[in-house]
Design a protein around this ligand. Structure first.
Ligand SMILES: Cc1cc2nc3c(=O)[nH]c(=O)nc-3n(C[C@H](O)[C@H](O)[C@H](O)COP(=O)(O)OP(=O)(O)OC[C@H]3O[C@@H](n4cnc5c(N)ncnc54)[C@H](O)[C@@H]3O)c2cc1C
Length: 464
């Protein structure tokens, strides 16, 4: 049989992965699994081999795990050339080369971009530089913040009550530290889960001793004569003394290095098709550049073909696997990335999980359990169908609702459920903030054209 271009690629091609973290590593493993025998280069601007981020806001802050010991397990040997501690600074799509900060140009036949996101810094650069002011994204951030908390500060201020900010507040309370959370919206987690669930999260924080202040912005941070933060000024005119500040204002996508390359990359991420192939600036799909993980935005059939950007661990793995599969396949064998978004968080002793896209929901119905007991399932509805679900300490039901989302089941659910209470008989408005008003940022960002009411007759998730 004649040698195809794919055979040649698999035998002796050059694959470059930019972004040496969760998505980059998992993709590299799948490429090798699929028989790629050519050269594989992983480029990462951090000096470390791929490590896991979720423990950084959980076990590491509690002193239960060391930030240095969070390396991701390897599923197989990837026999790669690692270029760590050096950033990619440019892409030449015509010459098929990636330019590095040290001046080297790395040629590729196929490129995977998995550069993720970084923590949005405190906007005032001088204040951001004060000792005691932290963001949390990297291993160094986690180690530094863990040290600061272990030193027993008098008060910690967390700016922004998204998932990361709320988990940090939870860790502070678990350590017995005084903590204030300042949130511009009307409750914690409202960007991701809406005001109904935000109210539950607010009660949870206050019951656990968090000084939660909603509808409040931090206007300035103040340092002492040694350059250490000592106070924060709030929009209600008050001043709060604090010696540790954690900025939890969401994330920014790492796409600046692609400016001028002609790739469809910008502040909202890198647009790609459902098969993970990047779009160029003109909206034409490229055939040799793929995207995966937090930096990607791709259309999803279940959610009105809107482009979804997901900052979810499970999505990074699933999308990396799909991208790698497609990079190693003929066009007829490619498959779409149709992962149903799923997310978990643990805070104040409660396990919070969500599936689907809650933030698309206009209504919510508490189908099981009760909010006052902090053990419940909330189902989100959009245009008469189930679009998302959240559980507080009720995770075993999530898979059931995932199937409801996949099959575009009607909302409100017409069936009875175990443990449905009288207040869960009817949907209520989910109370999401106006998307034009900035909050700490949801972990799912929707963009693209408005979803139609279209229903999908059959839906086969990736990998099933
Ligand atoms: C504190 C914390 C807690 C989290 N908790 C949860 C959780 O409970 N549940 C959940 O689902 N998700 C959680 N996440 C999110 C999850 O960790 C991410 O979804 C996941 O890390 C995404 O992987 P990625 O490979 O796409 O991107 P990243 O992990 O962001 O990796 C991208 C890599 O590319 C590098 N890079 C960027 N630009 C360049 C460049 N120009 N050249 C070279 N390298 C570059 C970056 O430095 C980074 O190493 C959490 C994240 C954090 C930070």
């Amino acid at each position: 049989m004649a040698d195809t271009a794919l055979d040649q690629l698999k035998r002796s091609g050059r694959i470059v992965v930019v972004g040496a973290s969760l998505a980059g590593l998992r993709a590299a493993e799948v490429m090798r699994e699929k028989g790629f025998a050519g050269s594989l280069t992983l480029i990462g601007d951090e000096p470390h081999e791929p490590y896991d981020r979720p423990p950084l806001s959980k076990q590491v802050l509690l002193g239960k795990a060391d930030a240095e010991r969070t390396l991701l397990p390897r599923r197989r040997d990837i026999d790669a050339a690692w270029r760590l501690g050096v950033a990619a600074t440019g892409l030449d799509m015509a010459a098929r080369t990636v330019k590095l900060a040290d001046g080297e140009e790395v040629p590729y036949d196929r490129l995977l971009i998995a550069t993720g996101v970084r923590a949005r810094p405190w906007p005032n650069e001088v204040e951001a530089e004060l000792a005691g002011v932290f963001t949390l994204r990297t291993r160094e951030d986690g180690a530094g913040l863990a040290r600061a908390l272990a030193a027993g500060p008098r008060r910690v201020l967390v700016i922004g009550a998204g998932f990361t900010g709320s988990e940090i507040a939870s860790a502070c309370r678990e350590r017995g530290l005084e903590v204030t959370v300042a949130e511009r919206g009307n409750g914690p987690l409202v960007g991701a889960l809406g005001g109904v669930i935000g109210a539950v999260a607010a009660e949870l924080q206050r019951e656990n001793g968090v000084d939660l202040r909603t509808g409040i912005s931090v206007t300035a941070l103040e340092g002492d004569s040694t350059g250490r933060v000592r106070a924060a000024h709030l929009s209600d005119g008050t001043t709060l003394e604090c010696d540790v500040v954690v900025v939890g204002l969401g994330a920014q996508r790492n796409t600046e290095w692609l400016a001028g390359s002609g790739l469809g990359a910008g502040p909202r991420g890198i647009a790609c098709d459902a098969g993970c192939r990047a779009f160029d600036l003109r909206g034409i799909v490229t055939d040799d550049i793929y995207v995966a993980g937090d930096v990607a935005r791709s259309p999803h059939a279940l959610f009105g073909y809107q482009f979804l950007s997901l900052e979810h661990w499970g999505n990074a793995v699933a999308q990396a696997e799909t991208a790698a599969h497609n990079m190693m396949s003929e066009s007829t064998d490619r498959r779409p990335h149709l992962w149903v978004p799923a997310f978990w968080s643990s805070q104040f002793g409660v396990n919070i999980k969500s599936v689907g896209v809650p933030s698309m929901g206009t209504e919510i119905m508490i189908t099981q359990g009760s909010r006052s007991e902090r053990r419940f399932t909330g189902v989100y509805g959009y245009q008469g169908r189930v679009i998302g679900a959240v559980t507080f300490d009720n995770g075993r039901w999530l898979q059931f609702y995932e199937k409801q989302i996949e099959s575009t089941a009607p909302f409100p659910p017409p069936f009875t459920t175990v443990d449905r209470r009288p207040d869960g008989q009817r949907p209520i408005p989910a109370d999401f903030p106006d998307p034009s008003v900035p909050t700490h940022g949801p972990t799912i960002t929707l963009s693209g054209y408005s979803p139609a009411e279209r229903r999908i007759a059959t839906f086969t998730p990736a990998g099933h």
